[in-house]
Design a protein around this ligand. Sequence first.
Ligand SMILES: *Cc1c(COP(=O)(O)O)cnc(C)c1O
Length: 361
Amino acid sequence: MKTIHNFNAGPCILPESAIESAVEAIRNFDNTGIGILEISHRTPGWERIMAETEQLWRELLGIPEEYAVLFLGGGASTQFFNVPANLMKKKAAYLQTGVWAKKAVKEAKFYGEVEIVASSEDKNYVYVPKGYKVPTDADYFHITTNNTIYGTEIKYDMDCPIPLVADMSSDIMSRPVDVTKYALIYGGAQKNVGPAGVTFVIIRRDMLGNSGRELQTMVDYRTHIGKEVKDNSMFNTPPVFSIFVMHETLKWIKSIGGLKEMNRINNEKATTLYNEIERNSMFVGTAVPEDRSIMNVCFVMSEQYRGKEADFMALAKERGMVGIKGHRSVGGFRASLYNACSLESVEALVECMQEFERIKK
Ligand SMILES: *Cc1c(COP(=O)(O)O)cnc(C)c1O
């Protein structure tokens, strides 16, 4: 079998060690002789995994005690309405940097007034707006740190005069984050920390219960915060298998040296690919350089070679590249370089681009 280079945008590549543990756990979880898909989530072995998973989150991201860490179902898309339901009294502010942000705006409008502080929709989201003013009368300011579809990213933790809420679905654990700058961080796990099916929510406890709104039990974040650590996210059946794979993925991140080292590797991968896009006259990047994402690299054929897109796709496929077709709203190509994607895979893609330049130019 030829080597596959997985650049899928999500769900996406996971560390090999996590996959191996998952396969073993399906057969025999924690030496019980029973598979993980067949155990009760109230068994001590499982409670230990839940507690350890939370501990790994706290350790890797440096999450202080005043924040709760939850693992829920429903995807990041469910948090688009859970966030305003729990946090909005009257008005919220949103930075519209892509389709995911726009979807979050749509759901927030069910709960009150939404002020779109700035939007980059005018240029199909190829940049992140700057120089905007966050209204101080809003209950929170919502940002999307990495715009998965367009390949732009807010790579720093901003100072914000009101509680800052971030959808970090596609760049969580790619770099160290100063959690104390945020009131709430959420995201689907399936891009950097695990498989589909589990959503993480990190929330400062003092944010809870202030909306003046009665909430359905499952929507209220307080429901999912237990009296003890082992009761967190255990109000109903948690997505057991997804959390297990997340646990193994976080162990892998820890084993390679944590988020500083992860970020160094991610920067090296992204730089390798962006350098080639800049050097190779057949390709051109779509995102403005200062806002380029280290997770999703978007590029198209340059003007004079536009007609050769299908040829490049064919060669890339031949060379084992998977998942490099750009999102339909951007076109061209997108290589997602999430944590588990190796530098070797990025180098293979670069070689493929160089080969194409030799044979097609
Ligand atoms: C993928 C993605 C989502 C949607 O996540 P689901 O878990 O599928 O609901 C939301 N925001 C961003 C930034 C994403 O990349």
